[in-house]
Ligand binder design. Sequence first.
Ligand code: HEC
Ligand code: HEC
Ligand code: HEC
Ligand code: HEC
Ligand code: HEC
Ligand code: HEC
Ligand code: HEC
Length: 458
Amino acid sequence: MGRGAKDAWSLTALFGIVFLGAAIALVFIRDSRRPWKRFSPEPKAIVPTLTGKPERCLTCHSGIEEISPAHPISAFGCVICHGGSALALSKTRAHRGLLGKRNPASLRVQEKTCGVEGCHTRQDNPKRSPSISVPLTLMATKASEVSKTAFALGWQSDELARFGVVETRDPFGLAPEPLKKRALLGNGLAPFKAWEHPLKARFVKNCLEFCHLHSGYDQNNPKARHLSGCSACHVPFRPDGRYLGKDRTINKGETGHAPYHRMTTAIPYTACNACHNQGVHSLRLKFFYRTDIPRASITDPKADRFKAYYIPQAQFARCEVELECIDCHTRTEVMGDGHLTGNKASLQRVRCKTCHGTRSSPPDLRTLETGANEAFWMIRSYRKGFPALRLGDRVVVADGNDPLPHVREENGRIVLHSKVYEKSWEVPLVFQSGCTQTPEKQHSQDCYLCHDASRSFR
Ligand code: HEC
Ligand code: HEC
Ligand code: HEC
Ligand code: HEC
Ligand code: HEC
Ligand code: HEC
Ligand code: HEC
């Protein structure tokens, strides 16, 4: 070997050693900065069966609760609901494309998350499309509250709804007759604006900025006792807002989190009362929060229900306080029927007589004759251990043939199985009882004349 070649060789070796050293140092530096190392010793990949695409979110989010038994991690993973970059291992890159930040079920994004066709949108069945129907309800638009106030204060000359908290259109359109029935001026609602009118400005601030499905803790409303959108009902929330679960990334000292990464259809009354029964408006459009609600009842569905539910002046029958809201209110009433509405009456299905019947007739029952009856798919999402339905069973139906699959005839009696707890009640019937009602008078106010239970607590 010549001298020149030898020199070249040692030079290469030197470079090699320097390069290797640099590479080792680089790996070492990078290793000490691997952001996920804070949460897991090794990257963790899963391949959800529904997408077939690997994702590594669980590397950092180790310990997170499964969102619900209907959405197992093994089938759904995370990206199907949250978006994000499936394989990235730094927080910034992994969260690129995340939908709805902390709440993928907010109304701003739910169409792209919950509402993917085949999930909670089904073009062939608007009734099974909460992603379409929920944004059209009064709980999202407040259209009835707006039109009633506007009429009362002379801002408009009739009670037809023109405005909502955000612009909302009826996707299927309504014929003139239903438009009238639903107290709508047209097939859409424009956003209500204050237009430099001082009282209107107060109305927006005190009545329209909270307590509807477009508002919520995650929409920068730190007073809210609920998340926005579908999560307002389906995610149990606590006003102290601390996360109590096992996801290692979520800051446990911070407020504004749901206690667990959990959704449910067994919705307790506390979720409804996060908006309902919170206070009263004055004629000058001020909103007065109730100060008498026991603190414990905000977080604990089993705390003194009567005190939490009762608003001074309001009247209730005993069962309205003893049962959960959704033991009476139907799926259509809470999630809508696929059309826009401007008044409460058009979505009202359940009435006192739905369960109790009247002096002249027992409750309206339907026999489940085919497996296609909607009662069967409805109960599929009910709580674990919910009593099954069989062909030939008879269930109570509310107005508009809306079934209550949990209120059934059993051995000649009407039995209600709570949708929320493992609890059943026999429904006392007015039919053939000592009740002295007038059969034509079936409004709840008519019943409170003799059955107002709030009196006994005042
Ligand atoms: C490198 C670690 C890391 C990876 C990988 C990661 N995350 Fe996160 N994630 C975090 C941390 C830490 C937080 C806590 C909030 C914060 O610090 O911003 C968080 C918060 C979140 C939040 C709440 C957002 C908010 O604004 O509070 C969601 C939703 C989320 N992650 C989803 C995902 C999904 C989906 C993936 C996979 C595509 C993923 N993350 C991958 C670290 C990670
Ligand atoms: C079926 C849809 C769905 C799936 C699947 C899902 N999530 Fe969520 N996730 C939600 C909803 C709804 C919320 C808002 C309610 C909450 O905070 O729990 C949420 C919230 C979160 C948050 C924010 C919690 C907070 O309080 O800051 C994180 C982090 C998160 N998810 C991570 C994940 C990870 C990681 C996975 C995969 C293992 C996953 N999610 C799977 C629907 C889903
Ligand atoms: C995010 C706030 C919010 C939550 C949570 C909420 N509601 Fe409502 N709800 C409203 C608003 C706002 C209206 C109507 C406003 C108006 O009159 O325009 C309403 C109206 C109603 C109505 C009458 C009209 C209709 O659309 O049927 C019923 C019944 C009702 N809610 C029941 C419930 C039940 C049951 C729950 C719990 C499962 C619940 N609500 C949860 C805000 C909420
Ligand atoms: C105001 C409360 C409320 C809101 C908001 C709400 N839900 Fe529901 N949801 C319920 C109740 C109550 C049930 C149980 C229905 C029953 O008793 O049959 C339910 C049931 C369901 C079910 C079970 C199966 C079915 O179709 O009945 C799905 C899926 C669902 N909701 C999806 C959604 C989605 C998606 C959103 C948001 C676009 C949403 N929900 C918003 C109250 C709500
Ligand atoms: C025992 C059954 C029952 C329970 C429990 C119940 N409701 Fe009702 N609710 C009704 C009936 C029936 C009506 C229709 C009133 C009528 O016939 O005059 C109604 C009407 C309503 C209305 C419309 C009132 C209006 O201004 O037009 C709202 C809002 C409402 N309920 C919310 C709730 C909430 C929130 C809960 C739980 C905290 C609840 N309900 C619990 C039976 C019940
Ligand atoms: C979804 C079914 C359902 C609806 C709707 C319903 N109830 Fe009841 N009701 C029950 C059940 C179950 C009981 C027995 C449990 C109890 O006493 O709370 C009951 C009990 C009663 C009783 C006898 C108990 C007592 O001591 O007061 C009266 C009176 C009554 N309901 C009135 C009403 C009125 C008024 C309405 C309308 C606002 C109504 N119910 C709506 C299911 C219902
Ligand atoms: C004028 C007074 C009056 C009115 C109005 C009235 N009730 Fe009654 N109701 C009674 C009396 C009295 C009884 C019998 C109480 C008893 O047997 O101890 C009764 C009993 C009942 C019972 C219990 C039956 C049983 O076997 O325990 C139910 C349920 C009931 N009423 C529902 C209603 C409903 C729903 C309305 C409104 C549509 C209504 N009542 C209106 C006076 C009234």
